[in-house]
Design a protein around this ligand. Structure first.
Ligand code: ADP
Ligand code: ADP
Length: 230
């Protein structure tokens, strides 16, 4: 099953009086369970594409289907519901709340679901901090954690809502090489264990090499890499 289907998508930004064509006719189908890298240099359109898949932004033209739902046919409320129940986000700058503990950061996105009682939330906090290897750090705040540990909290937070797809925008860009590799390995392990689809962007060749499928963006156009990956 295709969890993401992108058909002839264009995205244009208006900057003052000039227009930037960030995406120029993207077609892409992503199957449930894939571990996919979107590779390309800075400014090639990676973030724009991830933001469209994550329903944070809408295309100028073309169609996007997430979990077989046409994103353009949704009201803003339906879209935030789709996003909350289907997508998890990981960012290059971690985007944790600095005043909240690791456990509270993981809990935060769960608070929007009325059906999750405090004890259910607690179960998920424990489960996902355990999966990322941070059970002993539940009460640490982000500034008491290393970069790699912060990204692990962000991964636990992204997983906690049971999303179908995790979108990671340059997840290793602010980590040293070894830590970045560990984070990618963890994501890959979770992908294998849970079947959660991962789509991550990178401009780092070593990170690209850890993908199971690679697509390249160059100047808003997509090229599939024709190779079998590890
Ligand atoms: P990448 O993630 O590969 O670095 P982006 O998707 O951020 O690329 O950017 C693609 C192009 O779109 C670039 O030319 C960038 O300057 C432009 N762009 C991105 N976001 C905006 C925006 N909000 N307004 C105007 N131009 C933008
Ligand atoms: P239940 O809802 O009955 O507790 P599971 O514990 O099997 O069901 O899984 C619930 C959610 O947790 C699913 O979305 C699944 O993808 C995710 N999940 C389960 N095991 C892992 C794991 N090892 N790593 C990441 N996510 C997991």
């Amino acid at each position: 099953m295709n969890i993401v289907r992108i058909e002839n998508v264009f995205k244009e930004y208006t900057l003052g009086t000039s227009q930037v064509q960030a995406l120029k006719g993207i077609n892409l189908q992503i199957k449930s369970g894939e571990f996919l890298a979107i590779a390309g240099p800075s400014g090639s359109g990676k973030s724009t594409l991830l933001n469209l898949i994550g329903c944070i932004d809408t295309p100028s033209s073309g169609k996007i289907y997430i979990n077989n739902q046409d994103v353009s046919g949704q009201t803003p409320d339906q879209l935030s519901e789709l996003r909350a129940r289907t997508i998890g986000f990981i960012f290059q700058t971690f985007n944790l709340f600095s005043v909240l503990s690791a456990a509270e950061n993981v809990e935060y996105p769960l608070l929007q679901f009325k059906e999750l009682t405090a004890s259910k939330r607690q179960e998920r906090i424990i489960k996902f901090l355990d999966i990322v290897g941070l059970q002993a750090f539940a009460h640490h705040r982000p500034n008491q954690l290393s970069g790699g540990q912060r990204q692990r909290v962000a991964i636990a937070r992204a997983l906690a809502t049971h999303p179908k797809v995790i979108l990671a925008d340059e997840p290793t860009a602010n980590l040293d090489h070894k830590t970045g590799e560990d984070i990618l390995q963890l994501m890959k392990q979770i992908n294998r264990d849970s079947g959660t689809t991962f789509i991550f962007s990178t401009h780092d060749a070593k990170v690209m090499a850890m993908a199971e499928r690679l697509v390249r963006i160059e100047d808003g156009r997509l090229v599939e890499e024709d190779r079998v990956l590890a």
